[in-house]
Design a protein around this ligand. Structure first.
Ligand code: PLP
Length: 495
């Protein structure tokens, strides 16, 4: 059955999967959502015998129905190969009685690799299928991890260029170094003097600018998005929740049909939404535990039904979750509004104009499966130290937010359902915060001394991604105001 994608803000705007991937964002700021979510047609017991790539095909063929088997397998096999440092692609680790789904074994050691290693193939295949002649320009705002993962995914992919904007003082030193040393000839990186929301708003503005689109088209370019609003990012993320479930079956933790909880450190709401979509495809999920840091907009939303971004933006040690507008939440709002584009558009208009909206009691009832909570900076640090002391496993700051929130959930509910914690980054990506959580004295050491010390403590070899930047040259030096983003993009394209 063909799955059609519809805009969350206009019931009449539809697209095939490949068209939606190409466009990224629908018109009027809407997001593309599938008009139906097909049930998995392979049993979990059979999926448990499959490789990651085979599970990926079983999931994606149901959602990307206008791709041929050959096209989809080409995309999957090109993405999930030896770029990952383990054949399992997303291994499950058990520590301190918890299951950590390690999503950081790709090129840039953060979970965004899971989707961004396949997106360039989905996108160039979509372009071919739709007779696109223009060069595709990926425009991305990043709170840190998307940027490098997108750069790595698109670097030197023919027919594409990529421009990345990050908040100049809102990412970790290693995240920044990873981006500004990118060597791909089709890449551009700029820091902006603002926060992530400024970067994201600037990018969205360019996407929605029809005059700019026309101007680019005349010059042989068109924009597309690698941000987590692209369904080409979202759908590949469904895969690892299904895969995680099959790992728990394979090791005897659960039987086919048993429920699990998923715990997700959340920023833009893409990762946890993928878990929710997985459940709509038949994955037995009891609770979706949405973990926030001090920027706890989502915690407030799940407890009160009111989304309110009017608050101070707090820089934390988990920068990839420092977000006040969780773009992908719109897809959930649309769904609990009964797939009503007009109703959703009205709420998003309120968000745009006043910075807040409130859902109805009926809509809130639909959110029973979600549990929100948050961890303070002190709690995150304490969690890293606690797990390290207990069994020598070292969490990154984002995963520690999730682990700490999971602790609160269990204390509050007593729920002992097996729970999978999405482990979204390698501790090597946030070495300083991680190491000073273990011992404040590490503050005095240099970044790469800490890297070596982390290797000693954890027994986990320094990843190639970190070795690569030890001595790499800074190639991208642009810093601009948020008002000048369009200008620097045009400059990059030479138009
Ligand atoms: C992006 C990111 C998150 C947040 O994921 P969303 O899909 O935006 O909710 C969490 N942790 C890390 C390490 C990330 O890079």
């Amino acid at each position: 059955m063909e799955v059609i994608y519809r805009s969350t803000r206009n019931a009449n705007e539809t697209a095939t999967a490949s068209e939606a991937i190409l466009k990224g964002l629908a018109g009027e700021g809407g997001l593309f959502v599938p008009d139906q979510i097909p049930a998995l047609d392979v049993s979990f017991d059979d999926l448990a015998k499959m490789s990651y790539q085979e599970v990926a095909y079983a999931v994606m063929k149901l959602m990307f129905t206008d791709f041929t088997e050959e096209e989809l397998k080409y995309c999957i096999n090109s993405a999930y190969d030896s770029k990952f440092d383990t054949e399992l692609i997303a291994p499950m680790a058990k520590h301190s009685g918890r299951y950590f789904l390690e999503l950081f074994h790709g090129k840039t050691i953060a979970f965004k690799d899971m989707a961004l290693s396949i997106l360039p193939y989905l996108l160039t295949t979509s372009a071919k299928k739709n007779g696109v002649k223009n060069e595709i320009v990926i425009l991305t705002a990043t709170s840190g991890d998307t940027g490098k993962a997108a750069l790595a995914g698109f670097a030197d992919v023919p027919g594409t260029r990529i421009a990345v904007f990050y908040p100049k003082s809102g990412v970790s030193p290693i995240q920044e170094k990873q981006m500004v040393t990118e060597r791909g000839k089709n890449t551009f990186v700029a820091g902006i003097t603002g926060n992530f929301d400024d970067a994201q708003t600037g990018v969205k503005k360019m996407f929605q600018d029809e005059e700019l689109a026309k101007f680019l088209d005349e010059n042989g370019f068109q924009f597309s998005s690698a941000n987590s609003i692209n369904i080409g990012r979202l759908v590949p993320q469904i895969v690892y929740y299904v895969y995680a479930y099959t790992r728990l079956i394979a090791d005897g933790t659960i039987k086919n049909g048993d429920k699990i909880n998923v715990v997700v450190p959340t920023g833009n709401f893409g990762n946890i939404l993928a878990a929710y979509y997985a459940s709509l495809m038949g994955l037995p999920v009891n609770r979706f535990i949405c973990a926030s840091n001090d920027n706890k907009v989502l915690y407030d939303f799940f407890t009160t039904g009111k989304y309110d971004r009017n608050r101070e933006f707090i820089l934390t040690t988990s920068p990839s979750m420092d977000i006040l507008i969780s773009s992908n939440l719109e897809r959930l709002i649309y769904r609990i509004a009964g797939n009503d584009a007009a109703k959703n558009a009205e709420l998003m208009k309120q968000l745009n104009e006043t910075g807040s909206y409130e859902i109805t009691a009926d809509m809130k009832k639909e959110l029973d499966a979600f549990y929100g909570n948050y961890a303070t900076e002190a709690e995150v640090s304490a969690e890293i130290k606690r797990i390290y002391d207990e069994d020598g496993y070292i969490l990154d700051t984002h995963t520690a937010v999730a682990s700490a929130v999971y602790g609160k959930y269990v204390a509050e509910t007593g729920d002992d359902t097996p729970s999978v914690i999405a482990s979204t980054a390698s501790p090597y990506k946030f070495t300083r915060s991680v190491m000073t959580s273990i011992d404040a004295d590490y503050e005095k050491k240099g970044d790469f001394e800490l890297v070596d010390e982390l290797e000693r403590l954890s027994g986990v070899k320094v990843p190639q991604a970190i070795e690569d930047i030890r001595s790499a040259e800074v190639l991208h030096k642009t810093v601009c105001d948020k008002e000048d983003m369009e200008k620097v993009v045009k400059n990059f394209l030479g138009v």
